[in-house]
Ligand binder design. Sequence first.
Ligand code: SAH
Ligand code: SF4
Ligand code: F3S
Length: 455
Amino acid sequence: MKYYIQTLGCAMNYSDTERVSSMLEKLGYEKTETPEDADIYIFNTCSIRQKGEDRVYGQYQNVAGWKKSNPRLLIGITGCMVRNTSTKNTERENQDHLLKLLDQLDFVFRINDTHKLGEVLSEAEPRLEIPELEEGGLNDYLRVKPKYQVAHQAFVPIQIGCDKYCTYCIVPYARGREKSRPMQDIIAECTDLVEKGCKEITLVGQTVNSYGKSVLDEQDGQFAHLKDPFVSLLEELDKLTEKGLNRLRFTSPHPRDYNENLIEAHARLQCLTPHFHLPIQAGDDQMLQKMNRQYTFEKYKKLIDKIREILPEASVTTDIIVGFCGETDEQFENTVKAYNNVRWDMAYLARYSPRKGTVSWKAFKDDVSREKKAERWHKLNKLLEACSREYNESMTGKTLEVLVEKFDNETGLAEGKSRENKIVQFPGAPDLIGHVVNVKITNALTWTLKGEKIS
Ligand code: SAH
Ligand code: SF4
Ligand code: F3S
């Protein structure tokens, strides 16, 4: 019996897929690279924008068609589109909206229910012989041991959910209440990874730097003795440099929870990388307030100034939404001004997409036209290209440490990322994959650095 998982969305979903895979393997399934051969096809979905959901609906139509030639195929959905773990055999009133919408769909499960996948499959298809798994430790989905997709790099989740309720965002509804994973579990997972040769760990969560500080964390009290639990966690993990950990990253932090202590940790800790991803979303204070971001541009800029004071060459990147409800030309221009002011060297630009159930969907009008959103997006994208190139050019002549991720046989080029998270290509060999090498940068393109390996 074979399974195939299609993953969309962020690093969190990529990491979750590794846990769903290992659960399926415990249940006796084997991974296939050929989707058409699968007996179970699972979509791990993203809801952040309508486009992501539409991709799932489109591909679902294809997969549903395969049931004609393979009647035992089971189709499932997990990830952020799911609200309610249920199957085609659950009573109709308790079924998730997706089961009511897609008639060939067999089961859906909330990602937090991954450890109950065996029960879900048995309900969806009682004829399957699903082994009973021992209970030990599986009461929490993050305790499922993942099947990592590569050896030298890994994502490690440190919290679930989000309590911030930015008005445009579906995540708190999709992922539920914010709760941090016990520090000893994270340290154990990371130690095991590093002992097996992992060189780069990225800690993932929706607002990683509020680790240990959510309402549920305060209620359970396990972080009560720590002043700054996130920095304490980073300090603990930094000790893994002795065992071979080369870099520690995290994504995404929230500007509201960023403090000097954390910025200083970047300079102090050996394996924390000089890359700061700080999503701003908008450069206009009224828009920021309407988004419920709880900071002003001025406050955000102070963080950037501090970062650049301590680590002048660090990469500073962001996320921006254009065309949020009621955004005027003048308010958008404030975002342009902010861009010119901060000059982020990379940014993920999104056009506002209303999400059902969020505050902005209920209370505000999506009144910026599609054309205006496109125009604003393109204007910012031009700036982004210029700033990315400007940063890359500042890297020429320098020697950067690159963790090699791939090799292209046709061009003979190896490719990896620098500590600043920039793509670097250089003439190399396939056996460099997974190794850290020094590369002298000779040429800067908009999104890529080119160079030569030095010994
Ligand atoms: N937790 C992170 C963001 C996670 S979502 C933070 O708070 O910064 C990733 C990005 O998707 C967001 O930063 C935002 O830019 C974008 N996004 C979220 N909801 C959106 C929506 N409704 N429309 C368009 N972009 C959205
Ligand atoms: Fe969404 Fe805001 Fe939470 Fe980020 S902090 S996941 S944007 S609600
Ligand atoms: Fe998408 Fe969910 Fe991540 S909505 S961005 S997959 S947390």
